[in-house]
Design a protein around this ligand. Structure first.
Ligand code: ZN
Length: 474
């Protein structure tokens, strides 16, 4: 074990009834966490061996199963402020573009304190949903667009630190209000007028990240609507040079595809495939209307596909052609996007269910062994970590100790055994079964009203208290 970390971190060993180790849930596993908040090792207790290896750092987690913390690869936290709004539909006003007008009206009203409150609410709700890391696709930069102040960027970082949640600030380049059109109205708060200014702000932000390793940066071109192909290529090249993940909204809307073809003669994904060197550092968000042949090429090159099933359903976007491209199921990640609902369990099940409804067939995203659960879990964990460039998404040595403790006594999991627990949780589990989560080994009870964490020493449930299992958490 390393020495205690300057931020007060403390080495600990977790012994839950069950631990997800990649192939399945195992009993008798101890997760050793170092003082820097990373997993140092997994130790397996021999069956029948005495239970004498009790150290002062050992925390027993009875009736708990440990999963990797969920990774939310695509969020716009401020859009939490739209929940319940824009759900009344005057004649002919029920599409993505009418929703966008509601979103712009919210953007025009925001100021620092309100933005902070919305982000904090969204990030804490994510923690309650088992999400320990978020890729915040952040384009709302300026309080005063005339001054290009970028003050909102650090508001988001501060809210993430307070939640607390691990964050990859996906700083968005946004230069045009549509292909060939200047920014107008609320969009001016998104402005990054030149790649030069954008990278200067990235350099500034690099010096403003939390010192404990819980904050990092990624580069983004918002969409083909907001950046030209030349700008996208230049941004992507510089992101690669810096070793940063690169994200972009791709083919969420047919109108965007039509406008792109009219302007550039190609669909957005075709432009990317022909113009960029796609790798596992590239994440395309949505791909709702992507041609299967294009998707095939994209994932073969290593690209990640981020699907946001609840938002895509809420906005009436459509369903991406995942069942048609078998290789895509190994390159998936999930995002809560508009945060109209924050539940990674629901995102994961609707990733599969939308494909079932569209294809009139079950097991659309099954792996080679015919199992759906591991594919959905990977999308919710390791796939997101890959897309965000994080050492996370797995319970394995060297990864961040970002974990979720599942309550095995939760009513929604009654009847599940070790070999059916994953499917029971992903397809039928309530979020209340996610009793607590930790980021870098620091635990937070689900439903906690403040950012107060449980002491790192006691973990998600003090074993000594021998209290009755928690019921539905707030
Ligand atoms: Zn988005």
């Amino acid at each position: 074990m390393t020495e205690p970390h300057a931020d007060g971190g403390r080495a600990q060993v977790l012994a839950a009834d069950l631990t997800w180790t990649g192939a399945g849930f195992e009993a008798g596993v101890r997760v050793e966490i170092d003082a820097a908040g990373r997993i140092a090792a997994l130790a397996r207790r021999q069956p029948g061996a005495g239970d004498d290896a009790v150290g002062e750092n050992l925390t027993r987690l009875p009736r708990r199963a440990l999963l990797p913390g969920f990774v939310n690869a695509h969020s716009h936290a401020f859009q939490r402020g739209l929940r319940g709004l824009g759900e009344t539909f005057p004649a002919a006003a029920g599409d993505f573009w009418s929703w966008r007008e509601e979103m712009y009206a919210l953007v025009a009203r925001l100021y620092e304190e309100r933005l902070y409150d919305l982000c904090l609410a969204a990030f804490r709700e994510m923690r309650d949903a088992g999400i320990t890391a978020v890729g915040e696709f952040h384009y709302l930069h300026h309080h005063d667009p005339d001054r290009l102040d970028f003050v909102f960027d650090e508001v988001v970082l501060a809210a993430a630190a307070a939640a607390p949640i691990r964050i990859v600030l996906l700083e968005v380049y946004y230069a045009s209000g549509g292909i060939g059109r200047p920014l107008a109205g609320a969009q001016r708060r998104f402005a990054t007028p030149s790649p030069d200014l954008y990278w200067r702000q990235m350099d500034h932000l690099a010096g403003r990240l939390a010192a404990d390793g819980s904050q990092s940066l990624g580069a983004v071109a918002h969409s083909i609507r907001a950046a030209t192909p030349a700008e996208i290529a230049a941004l992507h090249a510089e992101a690669r040079r810096r070793g940063l993940p690169f994200h972009m909204h791709v083919e969420e809307q047919r109108q965007e595809i039509d406008a792109c073809r009219a302007a550039y003669g190609e669909r957005p994904m075709a432009l990317l495939l022909d113009g960029l060197e796609i790798s596992d550092a590239f994440t395309a968000v949505h791909c709702t209307h992507t041609e299967p042949a294009h998707l095939e090429r994209f994932v073969a090159a290593g690209g990640n596909v981020c699907v946001c099933p609840l938002t895509e359903a809420n906005l009436g976007d459509g369903i991406p052609p995942l069942a048609a491209v078998a290789a895509a199921r190994r390159r998936l990640c999930l995002g809560s996007d508009s945060n109209a609902r924050i539940s990674m369990l629901e995102e994961a099940r609707w990733l599969e269910y939308a494909q079932r409804l569209a294809g009139e067939r079950r097991g659309a995203l099954r792996d080679d062994a015919g199992r759906v659960g591991p594919v959905l879990l990977a999308a919710a964990t390791s796939g997101g970590a890959r897309a965000l460039g994080l050492d996370g998404g797995e319970i394995a040595a060297g990864r961040w100790a970002d974990l979720v403790a599942v309550d095995l006594d939760h009513p929604s999991l009654a009847g599940a055994e070790a070999d059916s627990l994953l499917d029971a949780l992903l397809l039928g589990g309530a979020d209340g079964a996610l009793a607590a989560s930790c980021v870098g080994g620091r635990w937070r009870q689900a439903g906690a009203q403040s950012g107060a964490q449980t002491d790192a020493q006691t973990g998600p449930e003090p074993a000594a208290a021998n209290r009755p299992p928690r019921g539905e958490a707030g």
